[in-house]
Design a binder for this molecule. Structure first.
Ligand code: NZQ
Ligand code: ZN
Length: 384
């Protein structure tokens, strides 16, 4: 399919990349550093960031939660306005970077900033410049223009994107990820894996480079996912994981091909309602989604089975059964449970999610826009 690809984010990658902040952030910037909890302080990243920013006028904003909330981010917006900050620097995982994108867009937004989410970014006309120092490979937020924000008050988790909310730069120092707890490493692998699948596993569209790139990224994620803790601590493994997770959602593999994203959209509702980690919602929903939509995705499922997992034996239906099983086993091997019941949820959760999908207009999802509320219900049932 025709496309117009734009990605203006500079990537500074490597062991001492944080030092480059001195040349990446304008000398006269009035900086606000945005942070999550204590992790960046504990692992020494914040110290390096402060040193690299030198004598610039710097303030900090702490407390952006995992699944960042509108309520907290509006406090940061107030700080930016009151202290006339003109450059934002996110230091953390996807939540801090997403939150920073929202703050950048909200500061000069005319009207109620929640509209940014309700209109999915369509009405953003200006945003403060910002960069990021990534500490958790997973979301790809460091090199894309999207963000997902939760409004606690209404349990709504909505996304927005805009050409104005690409980071100016992102610093990727793999050593910052060595302090990650195993659960977050596993989540990151599962999230990046699902990002590739959402853009790859649809229907054939003659995107030869996109397919081969996607298959390569999936194969590497499978290899990394099979490693044990000690091997995972290897610099090269961390560096590869970091770059793979960025490539999985920086737009490159998604150009010119149909995209799905229904697993993500249903997953956002599970996180908003029940607080399940983003990646875990995907591990629950993806195998169920592939099962329910196996007919429409048949050709790509067979290609995925063959090229990514080496499954060539058996008839078509058997190969598809097998590759869905392997996909589930991949998540389980990361110690991520793949059933709703594992998270204490049963039938009652299904209608609650469906109601939220309906309220958010998520009624025509997927590459054919045929994932109606009824199909979402079937997917959730298959995930019990
Ligand atoms: O808050 P701190 O103390 O920093 O701790 C965080 C947090 O508890 C911790 N952490 C981060 N780096 C660490 C570390 N702990 C030790 N060492 C480090 N180096 O990890 C926890 C989770 O962090 P979070 O940022 O929430 O994780 P992730 O990067 O997985 O981001 C998830 C958010 O991104 C959204 C998700 O919906 C979710 O809200 N997504 C954003 C996307 C995008 N912008 O393109 C796409 C994704 O599909 C996703 O929806
Ligand atoms: Zn994701």
């Amino acid at each position: 399919m025709d496309f117009n690809f734009y990605n203006p984010t500079r990537i500074a990658f490597g062991r001492n990349a944080i030092e480059q902040l001195d040349s990446l952030v304008p000398k006269d910037a009035r900086v606000l550093v945005l942070l999550g909890g204590a992790s960046a302080e504990k692992n020494g990243t914040l110290k390096k960031v402060r040193a690299a920013l030198g004598s610039r006028d710097v303030q900090e904003f702490r407390g952006i939660e995992a699944n960042p909330t509108f309520e907290t981010l509006m406090e940061a917006v107030t700080q930016v306005r009151d202290s006339r900050r003109d450059f934002l620097l996110a230091v953390g995982g996807g939540s801090v970077i997403d939150g920073t994108k929202f703050v950048a867009a909200a500061v000069n937004y005319k009207g109620d900033p929640w509209q940014i989410l309700e209109t999915h970014g369509a009405q953003i006309t200006t945003a403060l410049p910002f960069g990021s120092v990534l500490t958790l490979p997973a979301t790809g937020s460091e090199m894309n223009s999207g963000a997902v924000i939760t409004r606690k008050e209404t349990q709504s988790k909505l996304d927005f994107r805009s050409e104005l909310t690409f980071p100016r730069f992102s610093v990727l120092d793999p050593t910052t990820t060595l302090s990650l707890p195993p659960r977050q490493v596993a989540n990151g692998i599962a999230d990046a894996f699902t990002h590739v699948v959402e853009q790859y596993l649809t229907y054939p569209a003659a995107g030869a480079a996109q397919d081969r790139f996607s298959e390569g990224l999936l194969q590497e994620l499978i290899e990394i996912g099979a490693k044990k803790d000690l091997e995972l601590d290897d610099y090269d493994v961390r560096a590869n994981l970091m770059w793979i997770a960025t490539l999985a959602l920086n737009g490159l593999i998604g150009v010119g091909v149909p995209q799905d994203w229904s697993t993500h959209m249903i997953g956002h509702e599970l996180t908003a309602l029940y607080g399940i980690d983003h990646a875990r919602t995907l591990a629950v929903l993806l195998p169920a989604n592939l099962q329910v939509r196996r007919e429409a995705k048949k050709e790509k499922l067979l290609q995925y089975a063959d090229r990514v997992w080496g499954i060539t034996m058996g008839n078509e239906s058997e190969r598809i059964d097998k590759v869905i099983q392997r996909t589930r086993a991949f998540f389980l091997n990361l110690e991520i449970p793949t059933r709703l019941v594992d998270y204490g949820l049963g039938e009652e959760a299904i209608e609650a999610v469906i109601e939220k999908l309906s309220a958010h207009g998520m009624t025509q999802l997927g590459e054919h826009q045929d994932v109606t509320l009824d199909v979402s219900r079937q997917i959730l049932k298959a995930a019990l």
